[in-house]
Write a protein that binds this ligand. Structure first.
Ligand code: GLN
Length: 309
């Protein structure tokens, strides 16, 4: 009985919150601040690091990309104005935890550590760490990274993975992935470990570098929110589910991933964490996750996603 009572109280509170939430102006300031989904009523502050093509990057003075479109859709659905807060990647979690931003969308991998400080939405894509090397490098995969100097982006899962798993490695940490790639091109470091799609983008736009075939990790990107804001969490999960259903999530991936990859993604959506091996073997399929996968520890798995192209 007790349980039922508290459950119904919760439900009622939920219904009440639901009716008063959203960004589209509440009746009174007070009501809005009590129950609004966002820190500032009417505004959804999106924390990101716009250095991560194709997820978020600058083009003609604007921040565009897969995450930018997801953020805009969430703001639209909530009736909020989207305000972008572009910051270093390793500041995003604390910005969310301290209420400086409402959502963090930044190709951000779900990790146990981050889960201690923020809520994560259901994952919206599977990803992994790739290795970039000079075109004439003898490094062909993870085993060759031992005792080498490897560039990573500070505070990322690539940083974590290399630091914890490669023996004798010297890790050079950069604020921007681009700076790591520059160092590689200048011969200052032996390799860069960074997420697969940004790695492909760097290789496509810079001469003299290439990708190794294997990915180092299997990861899931999700949207970070404040731990005390379960209402926003469930709204965001609903919106993601809707985007999955109406095909708009896939359309966004198709728009930003090259046509070859997007064909692959359209055909083979990653359906669950344990799926067939094949589902996890092609770097082509940085595809929307169609079902919630339970948060596997990022970086703890050896996958061999062929990073071709
Ligand atoms: N996916 C990586 C992480 O979450 C890198 C993200 C990024 O650099 N934007 O740590």
């Amino acid at each position: 009985m007790k349980k039922f009572k508290s459950l119904s109280a919760l439900l009622l509170a939920g219904i009440f919150a639901f009716s008063a939430v959203g960004c589209g102006g509440g009746e009174s300031e007070e009501a809005a601040t009590d129950t609004a989904l966002t820190n500032t009523p009417g505004v959804l502050v999106w924390a990101t690091n716009a250095e991560f093509e194709p997820y978020e990057y600058r083009e003609g003075g604007e921040i565009v990309g897969i995450d930018a479109e997801i953020a805009q859709r969430i703001a639209d659905e909530l009736g909020c104005e989207l305000e972008i807060s572009d910051m270093n990647f390793d500041s995003i979690v604390s910005a969310i935890a301290t209420g400086k931003a409402d959502i963090g969308i930044a190709g951000m991998t779900v990790t146990e550590d981050r889960l201690m400080n923020v809520n994560f939405s259901d994952p919206y894509v599977n990803a992994g760490q790739a290795i970039i090397v000079a075109e004439d490098s003898e490094i062909t995969g993870e085993a060759d990274l031992a005792d080498k100097t490897v560039g990573v982006q500070l505070g990322t899962t690539g940083d974590l993975y290399v630091t914890e798993n490669i023996s004798g490695v010297t890790v050079e940490r950069y604020t921007k992935g681009f700076e790591a790639v520059q160092a590689l091109i200048q011969g200052k470091i032996d390799a860069v470990v960074i997420d697969g799609e940004p790695a492909k983008a760097f290789v496509a736009s810079n001469e003299g570098i290439k990708l190794c075939d294997d990915y180092l990790t299997v990861e899931e990107y999700a949207i970070a929110m404040n731990k005390n804001n379960d209402a926003l969490l469930s709204e965001v999960n609903n919106i993601l589910a809707e985007m999955q259903e109406d095909g708009s999530l896939q359309a966004i991936f198709d728009k930003y991933l090259n046509s070859e990859s997007s064909d692959a993604t359209a055909d083979e959506e990653v359906s669950d964490e344990e799926g067939s091996d094949e589902e996890e073997t092609s770097a082509d399929e940085e595809a929307p996750v169609s079902e919630q996968a339970d948060g596997e520890d990022a970086g703890s798995e050896d996958a061999s996603l062929a990073a071709e192209e």
